[in-house]
Design a binder for this molecule. Structure first.
Ligand code: UDP
Length: 239
């Protein structure tokens, strides 16, 4: 199927774990997931090739939940496993909506998903299947934001769609500072210099070095994913 009104042919959508948990903040909210997957199905029907990287913070974050009481690396591996649980949930909900989806993981976890490779990812994407990438970069001390940028680079995604709980990048935290202003566009370097809470600095540097634009917008209305694909101004473009 030909792409109709998307400005991108291949994108990487980053969903945080919390985005799947709704108001509860933990676990999985299947109503929200159905809405998000419904929009992903529309993206696929437009002919857009969609890779997803999902976080794990709705179940476990290495530093927040484990460090101090557990070895950091082991706690981080638990976080990576949490992302893979989210992959399976997303795969299921996408399939319920008639979208073929493949789970590709950063580490071997047979029966659950296939080990990520560029060739496999490319083959599935060209066939109109959604790929859901789990396990971040496969190493402790990293985040799934960095995983998202890495996967985007590897699959040649034209943009990263960073769906968050805020509607863009602000000069300060809009919940704390009434004078905070939202940027329509901003450079990676400015994000780094101002220490803005978009992605961690490792992820921002990787996106900058590889010239991958990052579009930040709110997932509270999942249709924003489609608006972002159409190039509508619903958030902040980091480039
Ligand atoms: N994690 C890791 N390496 C990676 C990706 C993730 O060690 O490449 C671990 C880390 O402990 C992290 C957790 O997995 O806290 C969940 O990932 P993240 O915090 O990025 O999830 P999100 O905030 O997007 O839900």
């Amino acid at each position: 199927m030909q792409q109709q009104n998307s400005v991108y042919k291949r994108v990487l959508l980053k969903l945080s774990g919390e985005a799947l948990s709704g108001a509860a903040g933990t676990g999985l909210d299947f109503k929200i997931m159905a809405q998000v997957c419904g929009v992903i199905a529309k993206c696929v029907s437009l002919g857009v090739e969609v890779g997803i990287v999902v976080g794990g913070g709705n179940f476990w974050r290495g530093v927040k939940n484990g460090e101090g009481r557990m070895d950091r690396a082991r706690a981080d591996y638990m976080g990576m496993l949490a992302t893979i649980m989210n992959c399976l949930a997303l795969q299921d909900v996408l399939q319920q909506q008639g979208v073929e989806a493949k789970v590709l993981t950063a580490m071997e976890i047979g029966h659950v998903g296939e080990l990520f490779s560029v060739d496999k990812a490319d083959e599935y994407l060209r066939a109109g299947k959604v790929i859901i990438c789990g396990g971040g970069v496969g190493s402790p001390y990293f985040t799934t934001d960095t995983g998202a940028v890495l996967r985007a680079a590897l699959i040649g995604a034209e943009a990263i769609l960073l769906a968050k709980n805020v509607d863009g990048v602000y000069s300060a935290d809009p919940r704390k500072d009434p004078d905070a202003v939202k940027f329509d566009t901003i450079t990676y370097q400015e994000v780094l210099d101002r220490n803005l809470a978009v992605m961690d600095s490792t992820a921002t540097c990787l996106a900058m070095d590889n010239h991958i634009p990052v579009y930040v917008f709110a997932l509270n209305d999942p249709e924003n994913i489609l608006r972002a694909l159409r190039g509508e101004n619903v958030g902040t473009l980091v480039k």
